[in-house]
Ligand binder design. Structure first.
Ligand code: XIL
Length: 386
């Protein structure tokens, strides 16, 4: 009796719990509603990167399987709204598309190409010849004949499957060392001429695609010289090369605009287009910048190396925005030489820089945050066109 009475009385514990739960529910709904409204506010804006830069150069992003399969409606909406060029982050690399000798897995690459076509986007093929992310069988090849037959069969099969549907191929990726000499990859066992072989084969199989040489750090003088050498040799021997891709994996702490400008001008003087193919700006410390750091040291789980796990401090967000603004100002200054600027990922949560060069960090290198909301850096890039 006393129990049933207390349940019905206004001051009972049961009633208080009910009231508390109701308050919590109302609060939760309010928060969801506010997030929804701010999302709507951004979504309903007509402004977008691709519209703002329409007359200047293409604006691209790299897609993972989750984007190609259109799994997340918010991501999907953002990709279509903001970008007019796409690159497959992984699914055209030989390790994934060509897992065993003579066996290809085209499933996701086919869907990627179809996604680009359906949405009227510029479709990049990345990449035909690269020493990384090779299938295991290819890393074990020893003799020159089998390496040549792997490379040529691979290019023939992949380039012909998508012939006429790829706007540009990164034909060769990362063939250079930092000092501008040729990287000792398995392909170099064919001699330096492997680059010409690859370009000529790609040109023969897909005559419509533009052909690019792609690499990181080639804005830096020594490596830039090496890239200029590759381009000049191709040109001198009558090969087709349309452009050079500067990857653009940079840092807010060490961004060197002068080198980037020199590279744009020097590459363009050779008569090729310049694309920024994999742009991101890390905000995290780089272990190899630390004086006396032993590179064999394990930095994973070291809080000094992962300082922003609870969010990006406003002060760092401002620096990121400034760096992006300076970069895009430079890109606009040379827009007649630049074909495309592609970000390496859709939003911060998706970026490979959460796992490289140290695993399990929280990085903030792109223009959209983990909730797909535009960051201050997005505004600064857009504002340059207002
Ligand atoms: C990266 C991808 O983003 C990661 O998901 C993958 O684990 C490793 O490769 N240069 C390139 C890109 O040309 O293909 C690389 O992409 C980043 C460096």
């Amino acid at each position: 009796m006393s129990i049933s009475l207390s349940v019905h009385s206004g001051n009972s514990i049961g009633f208080k719990i009910l009231k508390y739960l109701k308050m919590k529910k109302t609060l939760l709904f309010s928060v969801i509603f506010i997030v929804f409204l701010s999302q709507m506010g951004y979504n309903q804006q007509q402004i977008s990167l691709k519209a703002a830069y329409k007359k200047d150069f293409l604006i691209g992003t790299a897609l993972g399987a989750e984007h190609i399969h259109e799994r997340n409606e918010v991501a999907n909406h953002l990709i279509k709204k903001e970008f007019n060029a796409i690159t497959p982050e992984n699914h055209m690399k030989s390790g994934l598309i060509h897992p065993e000798w003579g066996r290809y897995d085209f499933d996701i690459a086919d869907k990627y190409v179809a996604y680009g076509k359906k949405n009227g986007m510029y479709v990049v093929g990345h990449t035909l010849v690269w020493h990384s992310q090779l299938p295991k069988f290819a890393t074990q090849l020893q003799n020159v004949d089998s390496i040549r037959s792997f490379m040529t069969e691979h290019i023939k099969t992949v380039a012909s499957r998508y012939a006429g549907q790829i706007n540009s191929w990164d034909v060769v990726n990362e063939a250079l060392n930092e000092d501008g000499t040729m990287r000792k990859s398995i392909f170099l066992k064919l001699g330096e001429g492997y680059i010409k072989e690859a370009f000529d084969l790609a040109a023969k199989i897909d005559s419509k695609a533009e052909l690019y040489y792609n690499d990181y750090n080639i804005e830096q003088p020594a490596k830039r010289k090496g890239a200029i050498g590759i381009i000049k040799k191709l040109q001198a021997s009558g090969s087709k090369i349309n452009g050079v891709g500067i990857q653009g994996h940079w840092s807010i702490n060490t961004l060197n605009l002068q080198e980037i400008e020199d590279a744009i001008i020097e590459f363009s003087n050779l008569g090729v287009k310049v694309a920024f193919t994999e742009l991101d700006l890390t905000v995290l410390p780089n272990p190899w910048d630390l004086k006396g750091a032993d590179i064999n040291q394990n930095f994973e789980g070291n809080p000094q190396m992962n300082p922003y796990i609870n969010g990006l401090p406003d002060s760092v967000g401002v620096v990121l925005a400034e760096k992006y603004e300076q970069l895009f100002k430079l890109f606009l200054k040379h827009k007649d030489k630049i074909s495309r600027v592609t970000f390496w990922g859709v939003n911060d949560g998706h970026s490979w820089l959460n796992g490289f060069p140290i695993r399990n960090r929280t990085n903030y290198p792109l223009l959209f945050d983990r909730n797909f909301q535009p960051k201050l850096a997005y505004q600064s890039v857009i504002n340059l066109k207002k």
